[in-house]
Design a protein around this ligand. Structure first.
Ligand SMILES: Nc1nc2c(ncn2[C@@H]2O[C@H](COP(=O)(O)OP(=O)(O)O)[C@@H](O)[C@H]2O)c(=O)[nH]1
Ligand SMILES: [Mg+2]
Length: 242
């Protein structure tokens, strides 16, 4: 295969203090590894001016693209619009997702690219395979472990870290999914993985260390927990009963 081209989709909501560091670190990795890479930031009209910062940064860096949506429409919805943009406007081999808060080390991207080259259709950076680690609070780990137990039970999948947001998809696999019908919240990550696995696509996990966010605060709230639980119950019911 020729040198793989990729775009990392990065949703942002109030990440003004973290965004430039993230953009720089990802571009550094692209340069060091000779990857043909882009970053697509999907901002939801962040009141702290994240969008304006990205707009300025993009003027000097043609690898950075800003998709500004104007208001907070949800994390899953940001991925969906990002993927749609990539599919209609860009011609790349791989499409990834990465958080803007510093918890996903861009240094993991090269091993994800290697796994895709070796035959995976979706690569999930994982906290739960050998070499995967936690750099965050115990509370955070408990929430993640609980969510993953639920997600695996609901979907019957063997993927250990189904909620991880650090991913890389083969563009051809992603194009087969009907994005409109997918979940608009955090549970999106589990839902799209389930769709891919049901179609027979191959998921591979590579280890990474989940870091604490650099600054700012998490947007994960009660409504998201409820939506997550609701989706898991619905999926389990459909899979087992119907
Ligand atoms: N565009 C957009 N980005 C979001 C939204 N909610 C969260 N994010 C971004 O998604 C990423 C993960 O969110 P975060 O709050 O860190 O979630 P956590 O890591 O699960 O606590 C970060 O880059 C956020 O800025 C949203 O509604 N819209
Ligand atoms: Mg985070």
């Amino acid at each position: 295969m020729h040198d793989m081209s990729l775009v990392m989709v990065m949703p942002t909501y109030n990440e003004a203090g973290n965004i430039v560091h993230m953009l720089e670190s990802i571009l550094d990795v692209y340069r060091e590894k000779g990857l043909r890479g882009w970053i697509l930031v999907v901002d939801d009209g962040s009141p702290d001016g994240t969008g304006r910062i990205v707009e300025g940064y993009a003027q000097d860096h043609r690898e950075v693209i800003l998709l500004e949506r104007g208001r907070k429409l949800g994390l899953g919805s940001a991925y969906i619009d990002g993927f749609r943009y990539v599919i209609s406007e860009m011609d790349v081999d791989a499409v990834g997702t990465i958080d803007a808060d510093g918890s996903h080390p861009p240094q993991t991207i090269p091993s994800m690219v290697e796994a895709l080259k070796a035959g995976a259709d979706v690569v999930v950076a994982s906290r739960y395979v050998k070499g995967g680690r936690w750099g965050t609070s115990l509370r955070r780990q408990i929430v993640s472990r609980g969510a993953n137990i639920l997600a695996r039970l609901a979907t019957g999948s063997k993927v250990r870290d189904m909620t991880s947001g650090l991913r890389l998809y083969r563009a051809e696999a992603l194009k087969t999914i009907r994005l409109e019908g997918l979940e608009k919240g955090y549970v999106f990550q589990v839902a799209i993985l389930y769709e891919l696995l049901r179609r027979g696509f191959k998921a591979v996990e590579v280890p990474f260390t989940f870091k604490p966010r650099l600054g700012g605060s998490s947007k994960l709230g009660l409504a998201e927990y409820n939506a997550f639980l609701g989706w898991c119950l619905k999926t389990l019911y459909r899979r087992i009963v119907v």
